[in-house]
Every structure is written in structure tokens, then in C-alpha cells.
Write a protein that binds this ligand. Sequence first.
Ligand SMILES: [Zn+2]
Length: 361
Amino acid sequence: MTAPSRLRTAPLRRAFAGAFIGALGVFLAPAVPWPAGAEAQAPTRAQNLAQAETPGPRVVASILPLHSLAAAVMQGRGAPALLLPAGSSPHDAGLRPSQAAALADAEVVLWVGPALEAFLVKALPALAPGARRVALMDLPGLPLRPVRPAGLWGGEPHDHGADAEGGEGGHDVAGDVAGDVARDVAGASRFNPHIWLDPEIAKRLAGGIAEALAAADPAGAALYRRNAAALARRLDALDARIAARLAPLQAVPFIVFHDAYVYYEARYGLTAWGGVTLAPNQPPGARRLAALRAAIRADKVACVFSEPQFRPALVDTLVAETGVRTASLDPLGVGLTPGPEAYFRLLENLTDSVVACLSGG
Ligand SMILES: [Zn+2]
């Protein structure tokens, strides 16, 4: 099959996408049931058409935090479409026909990269061959951090500088096996893809989004850069608020559900003691659970966090057995209204949960 000409009209490209759907069973597989309301949040044909009437390019962003940054950068010249509702995990997502059509219609696609949205690796070149496809994790100079194995990471607080080569230490044999799984899960990347949870990195992402949009739409370049600069000032203020709230809690150890918060932990000097599971859709083994349980029983952790994207049965079990405090951390923004404010709400909500659980309040 040949790639569609860039001169084809949008309806033809949509028809092309429809013809493709049968051949895309691998990444259209609905292996994970979508949560209620997911379809309501997925981009609709009406949204795509409405978007086409704005002066800016047709932009699709993969997940809500990226969508929010892009919405702020585009303000005054259009609005991006959101590909994945926040209730579904990008780690194990599939594509619905409406989402495939949105990609086929896009001129710019913003995503984190193969380490997060693995389902887009083959789908993007197939569905959006003519689009400008921007993997934001590839922006030069980002302070990327390695994926940590599940299990216990030890109680060393993060330093505040970039530490791309790791040095977490203290991994057990099960952890080393998990590390191999991490490289499988993450594809070619050994770096942790949850880059958006550090407002300082979010500023860089906004800058990268502005430059990608400016390249796709030179007439809007000045607006995109102005918006990105205004967004950066707001992100600085958000960062200062969060830092002030978390400063008294830096030494309080906790366990996360999966290793989604390393950039947030590093930014604010928090002490993550471990993760329940490496790949959120894979349950941890008995050895790892036993190690976590022993650490909790020994009062080494103050809180165990669950996540709304995944069934918390394992966390429930750990909590019931040990009486440790628990709260939900949401890295993606379930229930938030997509748009320029969503990123700020997501970080504030995340911080509310961390403060409440670590302080016992
Ligand atoms: Zn994740």
C-alpha cells in the first residue's frame, strides 16, 4: 500500500484511515476495556471539523498533560484534539476508529515517545504519514532519568540535579530481572517517559511545542512563542507553590504504584522508597510483594499510593495487612476538563494527595 499524497483532502484521508483500520488489528486491539465516558472525551469528527475552521494547524496531542500545554501554547489560534482520555493508561492503550481518524486528519501530532505510547509507534507512520510527528521526549537536553526496577529503591532522597546515568543502587535479583522487563516495556528507551510531572521540564516541553507549531504554521509563530513565554511564567509560579508545600515532607518515605513520579520526586527532593509494579498492567511477583510488605511493617514507609488508571487490589491488600496510610496519585488527570488549566489542576491535585498522605493530615 502506498502512502497517501499530502494533496489529498481531509475526507479522503479519513476514508484512507477507515480502510486501514482492518489492517491495524495489532494496535487497534481493544485488549483493555475503556472506562465509562471515554468515548465522550475522544476527539469526534465534529471536533475535528470545527478545528479545521481555526487558522492554526490541526493538532492532536496524545495525553491530557501534553494536550493542556499545547492548548495554552495555541490559545488564540485554535485548539488541539486529545487522543487518549485520562482514564486510560497510555502504557497499554489501543486505538479506536475515531482516534485513528483524528490522527489521519492531523497536521501535527504531539506525543511523549515510544517509551510511553508504544501503541503509536507503528500507528503514527501508518495513519499520519504526512503529519509533523513530534516525540517530545526527544527534545534535546531534557534531564532524562532511567527507569527504575519495581521493588525497593532504598531511602536516599533524590538530588536536585540531572542524573541520567542513575546510581540508585540496592537492587535485588528480582529487581535486575524487572530491569530487563523495563527495557522491553520501554522499547528502545531505558529512560523514564513520565517527563511532564516536573514544571521545569514542562516549560521545555511548551517551548518545544511552540517551535513545532511555528514550523508547521509560520504565520502563528510569534503568537506560539508569546504564549509559551506566558505559560513558562505561570509554571514558575506553580513550581514555587509546590516546592513550598513539599519542603517540610522531603524526608517522609513512601511507595508509589508504578515509577511514574521520578521527575516530580527529583524536582522536589522527595523520598520514594519503591514501586509496587514495574509495568502497571503486570502484577508484581510474590518476592517483590514480600519485600514491600516487610518494609511497610518495619515502618520504613509512611504512605502507599495507588493510581486511578489501575485496579488497586494489590495496594488494598498491602494496606489492609499493614495499616499503612494510602492515597491515590493521578499522573494523567482523570476527570479534569481538557484545556489550558488542566495541567495546573493535575499538578495541584497530585500535590494535595502527596501532602495529605505524607503529613497524615
Ligand atoms: Zn506510567
